[in-house]
Structures are given as C-alpha cells and as structure tokens.
Design a protein around this ligand. Structure first.
Ligand SMILES: [Zn+2]
Length: 140
C-alpha cells in the first residue's frame, strides 16, 4: 500500500495506469504535466513517482531533475514510462530515474517495478543519478 503519483498527459494512458495501480492496492494521484506533478510531489509526498517522458510545460526528465535537486524530495523513487526512448538511452539515468519502462509495458512488469520501489522506499542518489541502488537498465 503506497501513494503513487502518475504524471501523464495522455488521459487514456493515465486512466489505464490509475486502474492498474489502484487494483494493485495503491492510492493513485494523477497530474497531466511535469509542472503540476512537481507541485503535487511537494504537497503530497507520494511514495513513488511514475512519469511519462514527453509532457507539456515540464517533461519527465525535467521533473526528475527538479525532484533530485529539492532537498526534501531528492530521495523519492522515480519510474519513467516512455515510448520514445531507445534501449540504452542514458538520459533518464543521468537525470536520476530509478527505472525505465518502455511503452507498451506489460502490466505485471509495471506492477512489480513500482512494488520494488515501494518496498525499497526513499533512497539517496549520487549527484549524477547513475548511482541509484535500485537502477535497472532500460528494458522493453
Ligand atoms: Zn533510485
């Protein structure tokens, strides 16, 4: 049981993710862009942030960097979900993402990655983010 914030501008995908994570027992907060997500992370301190890459106003990489730079939020686990990354793309890792999932992501995989980070809880990242102890390579 955890609070998961979903940052996703596509309403259909957001609805699918919300249903999936709610069924897995989590409380889901949804925001349609990275800027709104950052404000919500600050206000509600979710256990895990699940963010899309491409979003209006602030994208998922900028959101992740903003979380990592904030002294009170820096240890928040972040998962990135995207259809636009290439396997091995280092940008999310450098920004401080804990795990990268490519769309379409199988439901059980999404559930297990989120659950792993809920179980691990807040954890420190080094300045370049690459030292996330939970990091997994990009996988399809
Ligand atoms: Zn991490």
């Amino acid at each position: 049981m955890a609070v998961v914030l979903v940052a996703e501008d596509d309403q259909d995908i957001a609805a699918i993710l919300t249903r999936l994570l709610t069924r897995a027992g989590h409380t889901v907060l949804h925001t349609p862009d990275g800027m709104a997500a950052f404000e919500r992370v600050l206000a509600d301190r979710p256990d895990v942030v699940l963010t899309d890459l491409g979003m209006p106003r602030m994208d998922g990489l900028e959101l992740t960097r903003a979380i990592r730079r904030h002294p009170d939020l820096a240890d928040t686990p972040v998962v990135m979900l995207s259809g636009h990354l290439h396997p091995g793309d280092s940008q999310p890792v450098t920004a401080g993402v804990c795990a990268v999932l490519l769309k379409p992501c199988p439901n059980d995989k999404l559930r297990s990655v989120v659950q792993d980070l809920v179980d691990r809880g807040p954890h420190a990242h080094s300045d370049n983010g690459a030292a996330c102890p939970a990091h997994r390579p990009v996988s399809a």
